[in-house]
Design a protein around this ligand. Structure first.
Ligand code: ZN
Ligand code: ZN
Length: 146
């Protein structure tokens, strides 16, 4: 079914444009008062759960350590994060949130929540059987990117 293959192709063109320079796809607008990139906000959300190192965050976000360093620098300038050195290994730096960052981290988590809600709303229109086909399709499609 050539037409459906073209629809998938169109879908990716749309998504790539939508997500240009971002590391994630979020639907709807950011309602935080502080102007940050979604990567910077996502880092705040991760750090709210637990303090982390540059390397661990790069791994988790699947972006370069250099990109994480750049984001962290900006967040530090805005006093949204602060660092401490590891007790056992002085070379290891852990980042944690400051009090000011808490509402931004919460807003970002809510934005993710809303995005999943939008997907769920679409899925609610499908039967369980159709959903299992969609799931299988997505698994196979994802496999092409491994
Ligand atoms: Zn946001
Ligand atoms: Zn995020």
């Amino acid at each position: 079914m050539q037409e459906l293959a073209n629809q998938i192709d169109d879908f990716f063109v749309k998504v790539v444009r939508f997500a240009e320079k971002k590391h994630e796809v979020l639907l709807g607008n950011c309602v935080s008062n502080v102007k940050l990139t979604s990567t910077q906000e996502h880092i705040l959300m991760l750090l709210k759960k637990r303090p982390s190192t540059n390397a661990k965050m790069a791994d988790r976000l699947m972006i370069s350590a250099a990109a994480v360093t750049k984001a962290l620098k900006k967040l530090q300038e805005l006093s949204l994060i602060a660092s401490t050195r590891d007790e056992k290994d002085e070379r290891v730096i852990y980042w944690h949130l400051t009090h000011q960052a808490l509402p931004i981290a919460a807003e970002h988590a809510e934005h993710h929540h809303k995005t999943l809600g939008a997907y769920q709303k679409i899925l609610d229109e499908f039967t369980e059987e159709e959903k299992s086909v969609i799931s299988r399709f997505l698994k196979d499609l994802k496999g092409e990117f491994e």
